[in-house]
Write a protein that binds this ligand. Structure first.
Ligand SMILES: C[S@@+](CC[C@H](N)C(=O)[O-])C[C@H]1O[C@@H](n2cnc3c(N)ncnc32)[C@H](O)[C@@H]1O
Length: 213
């Protein structure tokens, strides 16, 4: 039985909003140790100049710089994010750098008012979205055939890696609303893609999953 104030077995967007409204002000600092993983994830997207990429659960927009380098000034980034506080930070980042071509949608992944078909999608540390089949179906329905998809996040390491798993548990209790699926967080997404590859750097506690629509 899920606790009313903590993570349960199903994603809970209302609880996620509470979690991230509290974290928005210091979120970028907390994510600093994972920036090398972010770079690997964006490289795995194999972005082309002029492409459109969906940044699902974009948070404060930490991926925008790397995505922009991939798609170039003529490309387009669509950030989907339900937390107004996280989105406000993303907006500040865009204005501060005077970036064009980035559109922000304040919505959950399942309900984002997407138009047209994108060339790629990034799910960077978005465990809740990856456990939500309706969200995955909605996002994938707005990708071109052959579009590249990359998902990154934390997962249970092998049982003998006790310190890694203690870290994963602590991070999950702090960051997600759905504790289900941490053994293979990418499983529902992988079932919808072809040529799926999953790498697990960092003693197995981090995964980078990629595939094509
Ligand atoms: C750990 S943060 C990752 C943010 C960003 N992708 C990054 O790498 O820095 C998870 C983000 O997913 C967002 N999120 C939670 N539930 C969501 C949903 N159902 N649809 C879209 N985004 C969601 C949260 O508000 C939060 O900003």
């Amino acid at each position: 039985m899920p606790l009313p104030t903590g993570p349960g077995r199903m994603p809970d967007p209302s609880l996620a909003r509470v979690q991230y409204s509290r974290r928005a002000g210091h979120y970028d600092l907390e994510l600093m140790p994972f920036e090398p993983v972010r770079r690997d994830a964006i490289a795995a997207l194999e972005l082309q100049r002029g492409a459109t990429v969906l940044d699902v659960g974009c948070g404060t927009g930490l991926s925008f710089e790397g995505l922009r380098q991939g798609v170039g000034a003529a490309g387009r980034i669509v950030g989907i994010e339900p937390s107004p506080e996280m989105l406000a930070q993303a907006r500040r980042r865009i204005q501060g750098r005077r970036w064009n071509g980035i559109e922000l949608l304040e919505a959950t992944a399942a309900q984002a008012p997407l138009e047209g078909l994108a060339d790629a999608a990034l799910f960077h540390f978005t465990h809740d979205v990856l456990q939500d089949e309706a969200a995955l179906d909605h996002i994938l329905a707005h990708l071109k055939p052959g579009a590249r998809v990359v998902a990154v996040g934390l997962q249970w390491a092998p049982a003998w890696c006790v310190p890694v798993n203690m870290f994963v548990l602590g991070a999950a209790l702090y960051s997600v609303t759905c504790l289900a699926g941490l053994d293979q967080p990418w499983r529902l997404l992988a079932a919808r893609l072809r040529d799926v590859r999953v790498r697990t750097p960092g003693f197995g506690g981090v995964y980078i999953a990629s595939g094509d629509v």
